[in-house]
Design a protein around this ligand. Structure first.
Ligand SMILES: Nc1ncnc2c1ncn2[C@@H]1O[C@H](COP(=O)(O)OP(=O)(O)OP(=O)(O)O)[C@@H](O)[C@H]1O
Ligand SMILES: [Mg+2]
Length: 212
């Protein structure tokens, strides 16, 4: 379980998060317009940005302001709004690299091929990441995050820029992940699709969050 307590963030005098309180157990959706603070909230939880005040507590332990690598080691993994894979590695190598955190090389490669199957991208396994379409990249990023075997997944707009087919595919993958007992925060601009996947949905507006 993750708890965010009275979290605020100010960038150069601009208040981006205003006393956000949030408890995450199961899948939680956050929707809101551009600039409302969704990515900032996820980045603070992931240890990529530091909060101006407030606390982040994961499994009873305060993790506020600790380094991103340390947060990842504790079992929190983020899928970024803008994909950032190793461009010169293939799909399967990219996923294997993430498995290497916990496995040896041959095991990591075997699990990476299995992950390609789970994602439905077996046909792209040997393709260089640089050649992938936006939708394919999104699937790869989800696979890389899952390969770290997270307890909590932070998915920043996993549906943006996807066509109907890939939207359905990502929704199915997330439902399968949910069944495995992984917790998640999923952000989006609109709530329609989110509601079909998450247990609870919140609206974010001007750095404030409200259950709807
Ligand atoms: N590194 C930064 N430095 C200064 N301002 C920032 C920084 N990152 C974000 N902001 C500002 O914080 C506000 C919230 O940004 P954030 O990216 O969290 O919004 P968002 O809800 O994720 O938006 P979108 O839907 O466009 O992804 C914006 O006004 C943005 O300009
Ligand atoms: Mg964002």
């Amino acid at each position: 379980m993750l708890k965010v307590v009275d979290l605020s963030k100010v960038y150069n005098g601009n208040v981006v998060l205003r006393g956000v309180n949030l408890t995450v157990e199961g899948f939680v959706g956050i929707y809101g317009p551009n600039g409302s603070g969704k990515s900032t909230l996820l980045k603070i939880i992931a240890g990529i940005e530091k909060p101006s005040c407030g606390r982040v507590i994961f499994e009873g332990e305060e993790i506020t302001g600790i380094r991103a690598e340390e947060v990842a080691r504790m079992g929190i993994s983020m899928v970024f709004q803008i994909p950032r894979p190793f461009k010169n590695l293939s799909v399967v190598e990219n996923i294997a690299a993430a498995f290497l955190i916990r496995k040896n090389y041959s095991e990591a490669l075997k699990l990476a091929y299995k992950m390609c199957g789970f994602l439905g991208v077996e046909n792209l396994a040997e393709e260089k990441a640089a050649k992938l379409s936006q939708g394919e990249l999104r699937l790869l990023e989800i696979g890389r995050a899952l390969a770290t075997e997270p307890k909590l997944l932070l998915l920043d707009e996993p549906f943006s820029g996807l066509d109907v087919e890939n939207t359905k595919r990502v929704a199915k993958i997330l439902r399968d992940v949910k069944k495995k007992g992984v917790d998640a925060i999923v952000t989006a601009h609109r709530m329609k699709l989110l509601r079909e996947i998450v247990d609870r949905c919140y609206e974010m507006r001007g750095g404030r969050i409200a259950e709807d």
